[in-house]
Write a protein that binds this ligand. Structure first.
Ligand code: S3P
Length: 438
């Protein structure tokens, strides 16, 4: 694995005529890797995670839990956690550095709110701009003491005895839901959380596997958390990350003469929005080797296709939230006008992804209109490079989507801030290279 060095501007070779071909096992799921460390830490006994994502975000979680007194060792992509139980974490000597990771920050807030010590959380410049009141406010209703800085990191968490609540979430966010569930495990009674819309449910599925008592109603949005569970370590294989596979699903669909097989990809239906959207757009994509023990997985075969435009509204957004920049790219090659709305959450990701996509797509001459909560894209307009210097905006997913876009342009481009891809996919350029026979 070759990490892209900090401050790197990467040359992107365009005009790929030969197509993308071959098989690829993408790295482990980011959401599941974070949770594997956290839930292993608060269980009794040993947890072993295979195919753990060794990218910067998940390493931030690993380090934070070591600082909280949890013995964790890593050998390549295998991580061993000696769980200390729900009441065995220790006060860290220094502030915990969350790096760029929103998932680490928000979930840890829910967990540490109920511990009997004080912790300070810090993060990088991007993370320090992201909203934290969405977690702090509902946790305060449970009796938590979390002091944020003008709604942002740095934050100081002073552990308290938490109280049970019946709370309706104000944002469709799995991170906020997960923080509340982790707080609920430490509350003085049963808590009920009601989501606005279903969001990724890895926390619920995995906590149950570790022995916690969490119920989800058939409506998929009402969750009951019973406190003080007896949790035990587990051994698990982290599925391939759908959000990483998504770059190759998009690239193979758009680059002529492509056929790519992506192995063992996580197919949890709270994450498969891009798969559904691509099929609706006329994409050629099929599943094989389907497995549904715990988190479902499958191999995905994707071929080049002529795509139709699409309309996507708020209901569909959570299952495709991290892949929306790729939906925009698919739309930019579809034979009509596509409209994506209800995606205002994109403005509070690692960067404002609506603004970043509009800026970068316009450099390639793509016809894109910015909406407050999405985009309108006319895929019929011929692309024409106005500026060959692309920028990741310090955001891993923007960096990778522009690297995929560059495959479709018949001149070399550059990508500034290419090192941001190390946040979720350090091997991205190597893996892309294995599919290209120039
Ligand atoms: C994540 C939830 C999503 C997603 C993020 C990972 C998680 O954020 O965008 O990349 O692991 O819970 P929100 O739940 O805040 O939308």
């Amino acid at each position: 694995m070759e990490k892209v060095k900090v401050g790197t501007t990467k040359e992107l070779q365009g005009n790929l005529q030969t197509g993308l071909n071959g098989e690829l096992a993408v790295p482990g799921d980011k959401s599941i890797s974070h949770r594997g460390i956290m839930f292993g830490a608060i269980s009794e006994g040993t947890t072993i995670l295979h195919h753990f994502l060794t990218a910067e975000d998940c390493l931030s979680t690993l380090k934070a839990f070591q600082q909280l007194g949890v013995p964790i060792t890593r050998d390549g992509k295998t991580v061993k956690i000696e769980g200390v139980g729900l009441h065995g974490l220790q006060e860290p000597n220094e502030p915990l550095d969350m790096g760029n990771s929103g998932t680490t920050t928000r979930l840890i807030m829910g967990l540490l709110a109920g511990q009997n010590f004080q912790t300070k959380l810090i993060g990088d410049a991007s993370l320090s701009k992201r909203p934290m009141k969405r977690v702090g406010e509902p946790l305060a209703q449970m009796g938590a003491d979390i002091a944020v800085t003008d709604g942002h990191l740095p934050a100081t968490i002073t552990g308290k005895q938490l109280h049970s609540v019946d709370y309706h979430l104000k944002v469709a966010s799995a991170q906020v839901k997960s923080a509340l569930i982790l707080a609920g495990l430490q509350a003085d009674g049963d808590s009920i959380f009601v989501e606005k819309q279903p969001t990724r449910n890895h926390t619920e599925i995995m906590l149950r596997a570790f022995g916690a008592d969490i119920e989800t109603e058939p409506d998929d949005v009402t969750i009951t958390v019973h406190p003080d569970p007896k949790m035990h370590g587990i051994e698990m294989n982290v599925p391939g990350d759908m959000s990483s596979a998504a770059f190759f699903m998009t690239a193979a669909s758009l680059v002529p003469n492509s056929k790519v097989k992506l192995l063992n990809v996580g197919m949890n239906d709270t994450r498969t929005g891009l798969y559904e959207i691509l099929k609706r757009m006329g994409g050629k994509i099929s599943l094989s080797n389907e497995n549904s023990d715990g988190e479902p997985t499958a191999d995905l075969t994707v071929e080049s296709a002529n795509l139709k435009p699409i309309e996507i509204g708020a209901d569909e957004i959570p299952a495709v939230i991290d892949e929306l920049p790729l939906v925009a790219l698919l739309a930019a090659k579809a034979n009509g006008i596509s409209k994506i709305t209800g995606a205002g959450e994109l403005r509070v990701k690692e960067t404002d992804r609506i603004s970043a996509i509009v800026t970068e797509f316009r450099k390639l001459g793509i016809s894109i209109e910015e909406l407050e909560d999405g985009f309108i894209i006319d895929g019929r307009k011929h692309w024409h490079v106005a500026n060959s210097q692309l920028d990741s905006h310090g955001d891993h997913r923007i960096g990778m989507v522009m690297a995929v876009a560059a495959l479709l342009v018949d001149q070399p481009l550059t990508l500034a801030g290419a090192n941001s891809i190390n946040i979720s996919y350090p091997e991205f350029f190597d893996d892309l290279g294995t599919l290209i026979q120039r």
